[in-house]
Design a protein. Sequence first.
Length: 405
Amino acid sequence: MQPDRSARRPRGTGSIVVKSGAYYGKWRIGQRQVLRKLGPVRAPGSREGLTRTMAEAKLRQLMAEVTAPAVVERVTVEETGRRHLAHLEAMGRKPSTLRSYRNQFDAQLVRRIGARPIAQLSRDEVEAMVAALARDGLSAKTIRNLLGLLNGICEFAIKRGWADANPCRYVDRPGVEESQDIHYLEPDEIEAVLRATGKGDFGRVHRTIILAAAMSGLRMGELLALRWLDVDWQAQRIRVRRSYVRGKLGTPKSRRGSRSVPLADRLGGELDRLYRESAYQADDDLVFGNPHTGGVLDGAALLRAFQRALKRAGVRRVRFHDLRHTFGTRMAAAGVPMRTLQEWMGHRDLRTTLIYADYAPGAHEVDLVNDAFASSTLDTNLDTNLRPTRTNSGRLDPVNPGDID
């Protein structure tokens, strides 16, 4: 790496160096030297990369963002974390995500390492914190989430010139054993739950939203935010454009969350009945709003009503979210392609949708296995109508015991 000496620079204004086809800015903060990549060098005749003038401007910008040395020494993990969260909020991160980050930050990171200067935080300290979190009984998933948050805080500190390294980069994340079990309801169980749902105005809304969750796969927040204008009767589609999470209306969970799903005949009929009986029929009125005020339905009350219906119906206890799994498994069993199901459910990653792949029918799979063993080397005299039977002990009795060694 050699300095670019095409122009002399005043003392204290840093310097620009070129390495491997990229501009780097170099300057000092007290006794510490800072080196930051500015961007690739623009080749002659190209519009890609930075010119010398653009690199100079980028360097001045970075130097202006760096805090003076005396302040750097005072920037703690807590202060860096709060500035990082404020930055994420300014960048438009979802309120529900920010609330989760702040809860994790205040409950664990501030208490354990909040007073530590961010520039002095070491790998050993982070690993000691991970061990303490595990001893306190926190799950591997929670610990991984905390490490992810701390990693973002440390990267933010590096960008602001408050730290030179990110100790989280070298800390091993605890493994998470992901369960492949999916809980869902069978059609007869759904019917039993619907019959067991309470009566009255709220019972009618609760019953319809339970059916909608099972027959559309919408998340609870998406159902609570659904408006009548989102129900396209003519096209038989439900258009998902909003979500209600933790007291605020916003966009769905991911970019794929904005989508449309088929409106089944039965669900369409129930929604039409709910519409005709509702006092709130404007386009912007909520489909599943409070029947007395038109406001957002109480989610906690809905969950309680769902659990009471499960108990009355004698159906095993599942979560409201498992109605979404009910939709996924039923659609996979009906032969809906995984890519299509991904779009319907609003999954950002196909790997999430593939949890339902085991429920999809395999075309001619049994025939393939039969054909693979249809060999002339097998005993052609074997009676293929015979099948092993189970004894009272549960063991399989062989078809021809005398032939077994």
